[in-house]
Ligand binder design. Structure first.
Ligand code: PLP
Length: 442
């Protein structure tokens, strides 16, 4: 018998909501009760255009039939099977499918349940990799200012967002940070990759000189930083980072949790920028956001370094109860099928110029101080209200929701990343409504 779940409960107290101003939200809640393709339906029955693919994850739009059916079928056939010392075929099939769309050189997949877990997994693999090769002094991890790598201890240690760090004690020892690449004075209103800032990668040489290359395990960066407000890599920056890490025997990890699965018009940002890291962390679009799942994708060399001891020995003492969960794996395969059948990565690439023009048409709108874009992602940065940072953008978010569009804000930056199925007409509606909202804001 179906459970009787009320769409709009009248007691909101028990659920301690993540990354939410709980007290404010619960006074005036915003509830979605269903979704289809590009739209959410609210508990009052209003349609809201999804300008953010949920949380950068529903790249194929909502309630897509292949994915829904695959989940239903798998739940009835093999609901759960352990992945420690046991296998089930669908997890192997998915790993091969992921390698098929990954850059050449990527050969192995380690499953997790989220972006945060993918990051922890990649950082642990990096340290253990060096140890397995007899370089156990390489334990240091290098992240970047304004980086977002999820919320677990490794991720917030290498991450660079102050509020995600400062409340949580001393974090991991032995972590350093590269400077961020956001240079508004030189690069504001750039369409696509900015011209200035490739030299910021040279800071890695300073960190190497300070600590010694033989203490450094890995550098982790988002090839394009999403959650911190869509910060694009300057032209030549990622290439430099790759050259310097390679020169010093340091692994390079691309956190592709947002950029993976078509956001920039190719399967991964590594392909878009033509820079091959040693590992890629993924989640979100892997299952279209429908079921929690993440994956770390590694080169053959990273994996093979572990395959040396006696064959009866476990090579990597790491894994999750739900690594490669059958229902998640089925959802992921159906998601990849949907992307492929509908050509969604190519569609994102084709729509990118239209998206860019629409977004940059907001230049000159009140309080807009920068616009950035790439693929089907974009940010509009607002001038903060003096003494009240974040307030102007949050007001825009609330007004936008009232007017029927879902956007995201971080600080005073509005970020948008619609499902890759968005039409040109819907892009016009999203940007047109945002303009109306900004015009009415003080
Ligand atoms: C680049 C990046 N890494 C990691 C994460 C964390 O993913 P999750 O929220 O699934 O743990 C995110 C989430 O936005 C992300 O953008």
């Amino acid at each position: 018998m179906a459970l009787d779940r009320k769409p709009a409960p009248n007691d909101l107290n028990a659920f301690w909501m993540p990354f939410t101003s709980n007290r404010q939200f619960k006074q005036n809640p915003r509830m979605f009760v269903s979704a289809k393709d590009m739209h959410y339906t609210t508990s009052e029955g209003r349609q809201v255009l999804d300008g953010t693919a949920g949380l950068w994850c529903c790249n194929a739009g909502h309630c897509r039939p292949l994915i829904t059916e695959a989940i239903q079928k798998q739940a009835a056939e093999l609901d759960y099977a352990p992945a420690f010392q046991m296998g089930h075929p669908i997890a192997f099939e998915l790993a091969n499918r992921l390698i098929d769309i990954s850059p050449k050189g990527m050969e192995h997949v380690f499953y997790t349940n989220s972006g945060s877990e993918s990051v922890e997994t990649a950082l642990k693999i990096a340290i253990a990799y060096h140890r397995a090769r007899g370089e156990g002094t390489r334990t240091r991890l290098i992240g970047r200012e304004r980086g977002y790598h999820g919320v677990n201890f490794g991720g917030i240690s290498v991450g660079g967002i102050v509020n995600n760090r400062k409340f949580f004690g001393t974090l991991l020892a032995g972590v350093d940070h590269l400077p961020h690449t956001h240079l508004p004075a030189q690069n504001s209103f750039t369409k696509g990759q900015p011209e200035h800032g490739a030299n910021l990668a040279d800071d890695l040489e300073r960190i190497v000189a300070l600590h010694g290359a033989d203490t450094i395990a890995a550098v982790i960066v988002e090839p394009m930083a999403g959650s911190t407000g869509v910060l694009l890599p300057p032209k030549g920056y990622l290439e430099k980072l790759r050259a310097i890490t390679k020169k010093h025997g340091i692994l390079l990890i691309f956190d592709e949790v947002i950029t993976g699965f078509g956001r920039l018009g190719s399967a991964f940002a590594a392909q878009h920028f033509d820079v091959l890291p040693d590992m890629m962390t993924t989640a979100k679009g892997l299952t279209n956001g429908v079921i929690p799942m993440g994956a770390v994708i590694t080169t053959g060399a990273v994996h093979d370094a572990f395959m040396t001891g006696p064959e009866h020995m476990i090579e990597l003492f790491h894994g999750y109860t739900y690594s490669g969960n059958p229902i998640a794996a089925a959802a992921a395969i159906a998601t990849l099928d949907t992307y492929k059948q509908e050509g969604l990565f190519e569609r994102a690439a084709e729509l990118a110029p239209y998206w860019e023009d629409a977004l940059h048409s907001l230049k000159g709108t009140r309080n807009v101080i920068d616009i950035r874009n790439m693929g089907l992602i974009g940010a509009v940065e607002l001038k903060p209200i003096a003494g009240e940072p974040t307030k102007r953008a949050f007001s825009a978010f609330l007004k936008a929701y009232e007017k029927g569009i879902l956007i995201r804000t971080t600080g005073d930056i509005i970020a948008m990343s619609p499902p890759l199925i968005i039409s040109k007409g819907e892009i016009d509606r999203l940007i047109g409504t945002l303009k109306e909202v900004l015009d009415t804001l003080h």
